[in-house]
Design a protein around this ligand. Structure first.
Ligand code: SF4
Length: 322
């Protein structure tokens, strides 16, 4: 049986807005992540997808403890890390690494790649006396020559820089990588190369990856399982094959319909999202997707649907399936 590496239970991240409600008593809060629960198995790529502002990046940052969550718990490798102190966090940083969207802002432009990598090895006390060997080994793993070490970030293309950022993350031999939109800032022509690289590294190094993206077609390419987020909540979660072949939630169906198909004769029913997106500081009482849902019923406006397992491993939060 595959072990669970990461367990997120009832996680919340609320941001105070500084504004008061209409009656002036309570401060309004933005519910970026609201009661989210899921697990990531060891060795899998878990895709987290949704529109901009749905809370997926905030969720990733809570999990890796870049920011503190408001409530709920995060268990990593059997340990509750929700309130880990500074000493424990330093050790955790080795096990949990991050790769962000823009590789240009992830690297110091004044430092050579050797200097940037050396700093990390020094902080973690790794590869003493064998620093160059270790750095070259990692560059080779991500498909770059060893002479890249003595160059500065501006001498590389966006795709090469993202490879360097991935190599830097791997320097400390992490178990888990949170990749937050790692190909969104890259040319389409190099996106597939970086995605293939992530899949190859996952296999070779037994990595577990949380892959955050707004594009369902990108997520499909790399993920083993996928969760779809809408306004701070997970609305559907399943194995990648089930999610793409048997899409259940009306929001996921709309996202699927937005994926461009290169064949002009392809027979597809277009589902265009209409209606207003509710404000995350003034969420509706019932289903958060009700104002844009083509299948909305009376019950949807009053009662919020909870995430339930409809088929084995396939979860959906929608009154259509109750
Ligand atoms: Fe649509 Fe109702 Fe399902 Fe929400 S609960 S997605 S409004 S059918």
């Amino acid at each position: 049986m595959t072990n669970i590496l990461l367990k997120v239970e009832n996680l919340e991240k609320y941001f105070p807005t500084g504004k008061r409600s209409f009656f002036g008593k309570q401060e309004q809060v933005l519910k970026a992540v609201d009661n989210v629960s899921f697990e990531i198995k060891e060795g899998e790529i878990f895709g987290l997808v949704g529109e901009s502002g749905c809370g997926k990046s905030t969720l990733g940052r809570c999990i890796t403890r870049i920011i503190d969550s408001t409530a709920g718990s995060i268990t990593f490798d059997g340990e509750n890390i929700t309130e880990a102190d500074a000493t424990r966090l330093k050790a955790l940083r080795r096990q949990m690494q991050m790769v962000f969207q823009n590789p240009h802002s992830s690297l110091n432009p004044r430092m050579t790649i050797r200097q940037a990598f050396s700093e990390i090895l020094k902080v973690h006390g790794l590869a003493k006396g064998k620093e160059t060997e270790r750095m070259e080994e990692l560059l080779e793993k991500v498909g770059l020559p060893s002479n890249a070490l003595d160059r500065h970030p501006h001498e590389f293309s966006g795709g090469q820089l993202q490879r360097i950022v991935i190599a830097r993350a791997l320097l400390v031999e992490p178990q888990f990588i949170m990749a937050d939109e790692p190909v969104s800032a890259l040319d389409v022509s190099v996106q597939a190369q970086i995605l293939n690289l992530l899949v190859k590294l996952k296999e070779e190094l037994s990595l577990t990856i949380l892959f955050v993206a707004h594009d369902l077609s990108v997520v499909e390419h790399v993920s083993d399982r996928v969760a779809v987020m809408y306004l701070g909540e997970i609305v559907e979660m399943a194995d990648v094959e089930q999610l793409y072949k048997n899409t259940l939630h009306p929001y996921t169906k709309a996202l699927m319909a937005a994926i461009p198909i290169p064949d002009p004769n392809a027979n597809r029913v277009d589902l265009i999202l209409e209606g207003d997106l509710p404000s995350p500081i003034d969420l509706p009482e019932g289903c958060r997707f009700a104002s844009r849902c083509v299948s909305c019923m009376e019950v949807c406006k009053k009662i919020s649907p909870s995430l339930k397992e409809i088929n084995l491993g396939h979860y959906v939060a929608c009154h259509l399936y109750e």
